[in-house]
Design a binder for this molecule. Sequence first.
Ligand SMILES: [Zn+2]
Length: 243
Amino acid sequence: MPLEPTQAPLDILAIAAHRDDVEQTCGGTLLRMKSLGLRAGILDLTQGEAGTRGSAEERAAEAAEAARILKVDFRQALDIPDGRVENTWENRLKIAAVLRRTRPRVVILPYWTGRHPDHYTASTLGYEACFLAGLAKVETGTPPHRPFKIVYASLYADVRPSFVVDISEHIEARFAALMAYRSQYANQTSGSGLFVPEEEIRERILAMARHYGLLAGVRYAEPFVQKEVGLVDDLTLIPVPSI
Ligand SMILES: [Zn+2]
């Protein structure tokens, strides 16, 4: 699902290591942004060839189906080796080229700590690519572009979010987008010791979304961390009641 040169820039681009990472951490938010009329996209850094279940081809078809459910305007997978996401100049340039082509105002990155090295490396790699994309002297064939804002999807990080996004209206589509990865999440024998049964995935997704929703007084939400402080103009418009 490439973005044609004639198409409008994206408002939001979510970058993550593996196909399904975005569905795991911020799919509901992309749906919410689409419902506001914004343009959203996904950049997967790898193609999923190292996974226990399913081939890269299967995962490509599943990613396309998930993109359809999330209604995104753009999705691309780079060719960085799965399980070997490294913060190299070459990889930064590959991501910077996509940033310049899609020109997002906001970039969603994975949180910067975690269990899987690909995930936390993608965080730093993505940040440095955002920086690089804005440097006029770095040549990628398209004009420089630096995103205005970077936020970190912190669903699986044990940290207090800076803010959450209300995804109450999108929880079913958010779950459906994740389940589009049949090779990963449908019940089957291979890797059954490692993978969670389908029924439990639903319970986990709903429980986490409910937890983050409760923090802000809504039904379901997804959490994010921003490194900057929030800026408030009108104190009477700050959402989330205190008592
Ligand atoms: Zn992953």
